[in-house]
Design a protein around this ligand. Structure first.
Ligand code: OOG
Ligand code: MG
Length: 255
């Protein structure tokens, strides 16, 4: 990787570690989507060198609500690491983030290695369990503004995740109501059908993205399917919950 891209990876990694935003990069130094994934890989390698462990991947922009909110209309993916995981029902300190937002998601726990492109018919056989989840996103760019290339380089704003109770009801995922509440008030609502028509399609897309990147995901990994609604900004003292139909609720207290 060129020095130029490697220094962008270091810049973004540092912004995440110090919780200090940086200006958008692609406006100064244009780069391609392929380069952006290279920068992302480099920044994840920096995390792993510090002892972080990959626990899965996340999909982004799998719903129209998210595409419209951020003005980006291509599916993206990034890595999740162990230090991003937050306890369900616990406290999440906001000072580790720059300008964190929360969004309601569905999380898959994989049953088999994902090491080739899979199709929708076989997707459920790759799932051990599903859970309602909240993704905490935190763009490392000032004002949460980015291009497609910028956000991919920034590991797709991955910052935290709260995974609710696991269930084996993979067959019940179609068209479940999704509600994001802050302090008990409904702030966003939608349906699991907003996620590419069915959240299992995110798993299919994940397998294709991994294979295009010559990467694979071991059994026992997490796959976040992408938000069904727009994200909401967080402030300390807020109690945040996401309910996904009969799958139940994931929650945390922002402190
Ligand atoms: C990019 C991440 C998008 C989703 O679920 O669509 C995403 C962002 O909005 O900052 O995580
Ligand atoms: Mg998300």
């Amino acid at each position: 990787m060129s020095d130029r891209f490697s220094s962008i990876a270091t810049l973004l990694d540092q912004a995440a570690r110090t919780a200090v935003a940086v200006p958008q990069v692609s406006t100064q130094t244009p780069f391609s989507v392929e380069d952006a994934y290279g920068i992302q890989a480099r920044s994840i390698a920096l995390r792993c060198q510090r002892g972080e462990r990959r626990v899965g991947i996340k999909l982004g922009f799998t719903s129209r609500a998210k595409m419209a909110q951020m003005g980006v209309d291509s599916l993206i993916w990034g890595w999740l690491t162990d230090t991003m995981m937050q306890e369900d029902g616990g406290e999440v300190a906001l000072n580790q983030y720059i300008h964190a937002r929360a969004e309601p998601e569905v999380c898959f726990l994989t049953r088999r290695d994902i090491d080739r492109p899979i199709n929708l018919l076989e997707a459920s056989s790759y799932v051990e369990a599903v859970a309602p989840a909240i993704e905490i996103i935190d763009s490392r760019y000032q004002s949460f503004k980015f291009t497609l290339e910028d956000v991919i380089a920034d590991n797709c704003s991955s910052a935290g995740l709260v995974v609710g109770p696991w269930s084996s009801r993979v067959d019940a995922l179609a068209n479940l109501g999704v509600i994001l509440r802050i302090d008990g008030r409904v702030r966003q609502c939608g349906s699991t059908a907003a996620i590419l028509g069915h959240p299992l399609r995110s798993l299919v897309q994940a397998s294709h993205a991994l294979s295009a990147a010559s990467a694979s995901l071991p059994a026992g990994s997490l796959v976040m399917a992408g938000a069904a609604t727009a994200a909401e900004a967080l402030s300390s003292g807020s109690h945040v919950s996401a309910t996904v139909g009969k799958l139940g609720t994931a929650s945390f207290l922002a402190s």
